[in-house]
Design a protein around this ligand. Structure first.
Ligand SMILES: Cc1cc2nc3c(=O)[nH]c(=O)nc-3n(C[C@H](O)[C@H](O)[C@H](O)COP(=O)(O)O)c2cc1C
Length: 284
């Protein structure tokens, strides 16, 4: 192969014999060999500049280089797909990682007022047909918890006049355990074209955004209802109108203890492709 002994190969035309001698010297071949190579190019454009016997080896090297480049390209394509998968997954990773955390696994501090404001902004971004906000939250501040515990205890006694001391303590604990406690109230709006069932769905979507926002801010949270939510006296004591529903209580705080793992359904369990009725008849 013609080699240059300089880093800067000059492709200037070889005008004279002196130039030919210089070029041959630079290439490490004799002037005669260089002439043969030049003629060979002129006669067979595209033929490699090689001494006899070197052409095959060069071709093999070229094939190996091409093969290598091809394999590299395939690997790069695979890598790009892996990176794309990771990017896609990481976008939903916070949603996949959210877990409900029971009040006994929570500890102070709960979200500050600013963080609560942010969490509620996220809840207000949930899809909401007619922009009705058919829900609201009640915050039970620390100095109201003892009063709330009294109401929970009374409700338990209404339901079960023979409730044990331990039962009543448990009912009171639901009012006091969580660092931050919210009541989630569904208030479907009357006199609107939006069906009530869609308003419930909108409220559920808001609840979900609220829980996910809390998770994103590093808090543990859980929505719990229980039979007390169906007690009209308690709902009235909490200031709900007769048209509103006490959907549950949301506990929020830092996670003191990770919740146990739970089985999650696979997408296939909730997924199917619709077929026209005639096709279904053929299949069965
Ligand atoms: C409206 C509503 C009410 C709920 N009430 C209760 C409840 O009273 N008791 C309970 O154990 N879980 C209740 N849950 C379920 C928990 O909040 C939680 O979703 C469940 O334990 C699954 O945990 P995960 O959210 O980590 O998947 C309720 C969920 C919703 C949406």
């Amino acid at each position: 192969m013609i080699k240059s002994n300089s880093d800067h190969w000059s492709p200037a035309p070889l005008a004279s014999e002196r130039d030919l001698d210089g070029a041959a010297a630079a290439a490490g071949v004799s002037p005669a060999e260089l002439l043969v190579a030049i003629r060979s190019i002129q006669e067979h454009p595209g033929r490699p500049l090689a001494k006899d016997g070197q052409a095959e080896q060069l071709m093999r090297e070229r094939d190996r280089a091409l093969q290598w480049a091809h394999e590299l390209l395939e690997e790069l394509t695979e890598l790009r797909m892996v990176v794309r998968d990771i990017e896609t997954e990481s976008a939903v990773a916070p949603l996949l990682a959210r877990r409900s955390v029971s009040p006994k696994r929570l500890m102070a501090p709960g979200p500050t007022l600013e963080e609560l404001d942010l969490i509620l902004q996220a809840a207000l971004r949930a899809p909401d047909h007619g922009n009705l906000q058919p829900w609201r939250v009640l915050e039970f501040r620390a100095d109201q918890r003892a009063d709330l515990a009294d109401l929970f205890e009374q409700e338990k006694l209404r339901r079960d006049p023979l409730a044990s001391k331990a039962d009543l303590e448990r009912a009171r604990a639901h009012a006091t355990l969580a660092p931050v406690l919210l009541g989630f109230v569904v208030s479907p709006k009357a006199r609107t074209k939006v069906p009530v069932r869609e308003q419930w769905l909108a409220a559920g979507a808001a609840l979900c955004n609220l829980l996910n926002a809390a998770h994103q801010l590093g808090f543990g949270a859980i929505m719990l209802s229980g039979e007390r939510c169906f007690d009209p006296v308690l709902s009235d004591q909490l200031g709900l109108t007769p048209d509103e529903f006490l959907a549950g209580f949301i506990s929020l705080g830092r996670i003191a203890q990770e919740p146990p793992k739970r089985r999650h359904a696979m997408p296939a369990e909730v997924w199917s492709c619709w077929l026209p009725r005639e096709s279904r008849a053929i299949r069965t």
